[in-house]
Write a protein that binds this ligand. Structure first.
Ligand SMILES: Nc1nc2c(ncn2[C@@H]2O[C@H](COP(=O)(O)OP(=O)(O)OP(=O)(O)O)[C@@H](O)[C@H]2O)c(=O)[nH]1
Ligand SMILES: [Mg+2]
Length: 321
């Protein structure tokens, strides 16, 4: 399929073309990469969509929640794409979304598009593919894109930097609810959802809620005048799902009415552009044939004590310009 054919199919919302295009983006072949770049340039950028990050430890209920939440969104007339950032599972790549049984209803729906995580690779690589896939899904008419991450290492921060709203799913469990929470995670949270608030865990969930509330009060707000919504839900029993959607909408409303929605996206694009350039510059310095000899000579001179590390770095940078 040519790039033009792919672009046309995607514009018409054809899922077969969308799936093919994402495969192209995920391919590491130089030729495919070039085509993928062409395709992305050929497609319109949309800002009438919502990108929502969904994060949480394994077993918190992300898949169960997405099943309930996604179906609710579809009932309201939305088209929903689900992508994942999960660099943690090299062998079972995409396992977090492989469990289609937990998203049985959603995965069978015409208005939903579910794509497992690209198989392995570095976090940066997986994140790049996901960012580009978001754009493809939007061009194909999916107005809500859910990006799921299991939150290992830095992946939550990656996801937070590519979505409009970052939601964290938590388990009930008062007393220890603040332990084991990753440093910095509260700072990037826009909506907090305490899942499994059912049966005898209901009370624990309420306790956790007030603890998190206190914790947020001790932080400088991410957006002035906006409190982080904390909700207790049961994804399994489909309780509180509509309230989560309402909280997300309120958050979005706050951003839009303060002119922050587009501003945030522009900021994310600029940061991403900067990061791509920085990555490429480093890659070229260390791998390009033209600098390899010089790098190797400088290393020798430095290790034999002829020049200092500072001097070696200065000479290399002077050479590169
Ligand atoms: N009691 C209760 N159990 C739940 C709820 N939501 C999910 N579970 C159960 O918790 C287990 C894990 O749910 P998943 O949806 O697979 O969790 P996940 O976060 O997607 O897990 P990973 O994909 O491994 O990261 C399953 O057995 C679910 O049935 C809930 O609201 N209440
Ligand atoms: Mg899952």
């Amino acid at each position: 399929m040519t790039v033009a054919q792919l672009a046309e199919g995607i514009s018409k919302g054809k899922r077969r073309h969308l799936a093919k295009a994402i495969t192209l983006i995920e391919s590491s072949r130089e030729e495919d990469q070039q085509k993928a770049a062409e395709l992305l340039s050929a497609l319109p950028k949309r800002n009438d969509t919502l990108r929502l990050g969904i994060s949480g430890v394994p077993g918190v209920g992300k898949s169960t929640f997405i099943e309930a939440f996604g179906n609710l969104l579809i009932e309201q007339g939305h088209r929903v794409a689900v992508l994942a950032v999960d660099p943690s599972s090299p062998t079972t790549g995409g396992s977090i979304l492989g469990d289609k049984t937990r998203m049985e209803l959603l995965s069978g729906k015409e208005e939903a598009f579910i794509r497992p995580s690209p198989t392995a690779g570095t976090l940066g690589g997986v994140a790049k593919k996901t960012r580009e896939s978001i754009q493809l899904c939007e061009a194909a008419g999916y107005d809500i894109v859910l990006v799921e991450t299991v939150g290992v290492g830095q992946s939550e921060f990656e996801v937070a930097s590519m979505v409009d709203c970052f939601m964290v799913l938590m388990l009930p469990g008062a007393g220890d609810s603040l332990q084991g929470i990753k440093r910095g995670i509260l700072e990037i949270t826009d909506v907090m959802v305490i899942n499994k608030a059912d049966g005898d865990q209901k009370k624990l969930a309420e306790m956790a809620k007030s603890e998190y509330k206190n914790a947020f009060h001790m932080l400088a707000p991410k957006y002035p005048g906006m409190e982080v919504a904390i909700l207790t839900i049961s994804a399994l029993q489909k309780e509180g799902i509509a309230e989560v959607w309402e909280a997300v909408n309120q958050f979005k409303e706050h951003l839009t009415s303060n002119n922050l929605f587009d501003k945030n996206r522009n900021k994310q694009d600029l940061n991403w552009f900067k990061r791509l350039v920085e990555d490429e510059v480093l890659h070229r310095i260390w791998n390009q044939a033209s600098t390899q000899q010089m790098v190797s000579d400088l290393k020798d001179d430095m290790l034999s004590g002829k020049i200092s590390a500072t001097e070696a770095a200065r000479r290399l940078m002077d050479e590169i310009g």
